[in-house]
Write a protein that binds this ligand. Structure first.
Ligand code: 5GP
Length: 207
């Protein structure tokens, strides 16, 4: 049986752009997609679940994993550490699933350096005012955190330049469709079909 290799998809956004809801939507709509579950030292928010939203770990455990090279990338975001497990990503890509990393720009840049074939997508809110409204409406964080996230978000927007694609999240359904369109096109790249499509592989290697 031939080795399969799913896409590595990086999705970043300033907080409040609606990234998490979009990713949740597309993994439901497309069965070949899986979201990588990161490790973090952040405190669990109300409604979040260990192993589902994140692996919530202590700083000591996180440092151990860094030391043992268990992460593809890791970064400090808002005073907490976040990292993507090598094992998680390799396991699912090896099964031919397309793995989505919902990570910040620092992590995305580390992954892009190591994997030039990663597909990178940046999601932006429809405007600065809208971003502020969303962060306040989400209301899961303290006032200080919200205002810090807001100024960070404005700075982060510049980072979109380093991504292959940018999506303005104005209408949720349309933004989700755009994400799935990008992924569908990436799957059709010749190199990817040589890996994952038996018909293409046999026709292109036929003498
Ligand atoms: P939150 O605390 O709101 O869940 O996430 C804060 C930020 O950390 C978001 O920008 C999110 O994309 C990013 N993040 C989540 N997991 C990872 C990860 O594994 N690596 C990196 N570099 N960033 C992550």
């Amino acid at each position: 049986h031939r080795m399969k290799k799913g896409l590595l998809i990086l999705i970043s956004a300033p907080s409040g752009a609606g990234k998490t809801s979009l990713v949740n939507e597309i993994v439901v709509r497309d069965k070949n997609l899986i979201r990588s579950i990161s490790h973090t030292t952040r405190i669990k928010r109300i409604g979040e679940e260990h192993r589902k939203d994140y692996f919530f770990v202590t700083a000591t455990r996180f440092e151990e994993m860094v030391r043992d090279h268990e992460f593809i990338e890791y970064a400090e975001v808002f005073d907490n550490f976040y990292g993507t497990s090598k094992m998680f990503v390799n396991q699912y890509r090896g099964q031919g699933l397309d793995v989505i990393l919902e990570i910040d720009w620092q992590g995305a840049s580390q992954v892009q350096d190591l994997n030039p074939d990663a597909v990178s997508i940046f999601i932006v809110p429809p405007g600065k005012q809208e971003l502020e409204t969303r962060l306040i409406k989400r209301n899961k964080d303290s006032k200080e955190t919200i205002s810090r996230r807001l100024s960070q978000a404005k700075e982060d927007m510049e980072k979109a330049r380093n991504y292959n694609y940018v999506i303005v999240n104005d209408l949720f359904e349309k933004a989700a469709d755009k994400l799935l369109t990008i992924i569908a096109a990436e799957r059709l790249r010749t190199v990817n079909q040589l890996f994952n499509n038996d018909v293409v592989r046999s026709l292109l290697s036929a003498k």
